[in-house]
Design a protein around this ligand. Sequence first.
Ligand code: APR
Length: 233
Amino acid sequence: MINIRDYHSIVVLTGAGISAESGVKTFRDDDGLWNGYKVEKVATPEAFDENPNLVNEFYNLRRQQLISSVKPNDAHIALAEFSHIYTGNFTLVTQNVDNLHEQGGSEHVLHMHGELLKARCVNTEQIFNIDSPIDPDTKCQCCQRSGTLRPHIVWFGEMPLYLEEIEKRLLECDLFIAIGTSGQVYPAAGFVQMASMTDATTVELNLKPSDVHSSFNHAYYGPATQIVREFFS
Ligand code: APR
């Protein structure tokens, strides 16, 4: 196993796999979230325009699950503990829209695909914290009108968030670690290539090889709750 204290600037990218053992469904595993829905029916701007109630309901269900029954697991906690004792530059980027990294103690998490516990006004782009369902009659805090709130989630066809900062960090880092992501969705799946451009060491932590596993210098496989603490200790 490599010694991460030999590195001065670390970027970590997480995907649904780090939250799987907390009971949050992944997207593409056998019992994944997309199995119950067609992506284009619930995770695109067109779907929201066509049927805002169906789209809001999909996220209302996931938000309620997150609030009522989902807790961070030891992978989230181990990552947060390391980030607090590590003396180099540490950047945590997540594709996940849950707040389990924050609940586990991480700070400054870059949620590149948005956040379940935030809503956005389609008129003013203002972002609000929410912990209740978005219904057709939910009034927006800025417009005081219903029907103008949407989940603050990046849908297919929309631009992920924080890309400029992420790319800067990837080109500066000397260690890039991807945890629990299938490597099927870009631009996140291309981050390993970007980090490799400046000779960063790259590591994949996953249950099984991802679609981009061959791009990594090192790989350790097993459940996140077992391999993440071991890797970051
Ligand atoms: N420990 C570690 N890895 C795991 C575990 C586990 N217990 N369980 C599953 N995994 C891994 C799988 O092997 C897979 O590589 O997690 C990954 C889950 O892949 P996806 O379901 O595709 O999730 P993700 O890579 O985060 O998807 C990226 O796609 O649909 C969009 O916006 C959505 O952010 C999401 C993006």
